[in-house]
Write a protein that binds this ligand. Structure first.
Ligand code: HEC
Length: 310
């Protein structure tokens, strides 16, 4: 094997460190030359080859597994137990259960809806290297449509609203069972069942500590006038304009939130302190709603039975 001195025909270096650096540069360039030579017959670049290797390493797994299966066996007993071990995200496991039960959709099917427009690869022709056309592909939204959206990008909020609403409306089926309606004194109660019919994992999804849903119930008379309501936001500005967040002078979202003047119905902070436990309609004394038992609908994929009583 030749030495670096022979390879570049130079015998003097400022230091051993300098010699090492030159050697590394030389070797890197030699190796990539070899690689390019090997890849040439296949018409792919080093970067494309690198991506293919990454994908191969993930074969059989959707890429989402790395982000959406986050659990740590704290006591090292080889089992993951909620309450003992750190369980941050189990969506991937839940999605596998959904598939076992016959669910057909992938994460991409639900969270990256088919979009209109030209392929992103259209403008990505690399002169001389890539003279073939990109293969035809179905174009999908890369905004990962779900409950969350970036609150600092009003155009994205507006552009994704319809897709977000469509996804959420498909997620659950709400049924009010009239047979459970009971009225006694000033109390009224009934059962509402929420069934997960459209999420490919438990409902609601997300990180362990944000898996909560809020059910808002309004009671109207025959003419549509409000009789009573439960689970409503007290003030129109009581969504993410939460004092606790606004008091943090360092918070990067502070400036965005101080402008909240009306309830953003898609952006309600689910903190109980913000929600009126029960609210009787003005001038309708009789309809005073009683205790609110609005339980978090987390856990099971199919949630049936009595969830909310008021
Ligand atoms: C059959 C459709 C469907 C499939 C398949 C599906 N999801 Fe969902 N996902 C939903 C719906 C509907 C919601 C919104 C309701 C909720 O929060 O569960 C959601 C919510 C989420 C959330 C919470 C998002 C947020 O904005 O807070 C995450 C994270 C998520 N999904 C990840 C995944 C991953 C990862 C996969 C695949 C392993 C997947 N989903 C597969 C329908 C689906």
């Amino acid at each position: 094997m030749i030495t670096i001195n022979q390879a570049i025909q130079q015998s003097k270096f400022n230091s051993e460190y300098h010699k090492l650096a030159v050697n590394l540069f030389y070797t890197t360039s030699w190796l990539s030359g070899q690689h390019q030579h090997l890849l040439k017959p296949f018409g792919i670049s080093m970067q494309q080859f690198n991506i293919l290797r990454i994908l191969r390493g993930q074969k059989g797994n959707p890429l989402s597994v790395n982000c959406h299966s986050v659990q740590y066996d704290r006591n090292g007993d080889g089992r993951i137990e909620k309450g003992t071990d750190l369980v941050l995200q189990t969506l991937f496991d839940e999605w596998q259960d959904y598939r076992k039960q016959g669910g057909a959709a992938s994460c991409v099917d639900c969270h990256m809806p088919v979009a209109k427009g030209a392929r992103a690869a259209e403008s990505a022709l690399i002169p001389l290297e890539q003279d073939a056309e990109a293969p035809p592909r179905t174009l999908r939204s890369h905004r990962f449509i779900a409950v969350d959206y970036p609150i600092d990008k009003p155009t994205v909020i507006a552009a994704t609203r319809a897709e977000r609403e469509a996804l959420l409306q498909r997620a659950a089926e709400l049924k009010l069972d009239p047979r459970t309606l009971a009225i006694s004194d000033s109390r009224m109660s009934f059962d509402v069942s929420i069934k997960n019919v459209g999420a490919g994992h438990n409902l609601p999804g997300g990180f362990a500590f944000v898996r909560q849903m809020w059910l808002e119930v309004t009671l109207l008379d025959a003419r549509g006038a409000l009789l009573a309501a439960s689970g409503q936001v007290i003030q129109p500005s009581d969504d993410l304009c939460d004092g606790a967040i606004l008091d943090e002078s360092e918070s990067s979202v502070r400036e965005l939130l101080s402008r909240c003047t009306a309830t953003n119905r898609q952006l309600v902070s689910f903190q109980q302190m913000l929600v009126e436990q029960n609210r009787a309609a003005p001038r309708r004394g009789g309809a005073r709603a009683a205790r609110l038992r609005n339980e978090h609908a987390s856990g099971r994929r199919r949630l049936e039975g009595s969830v909310v009583q008021f």
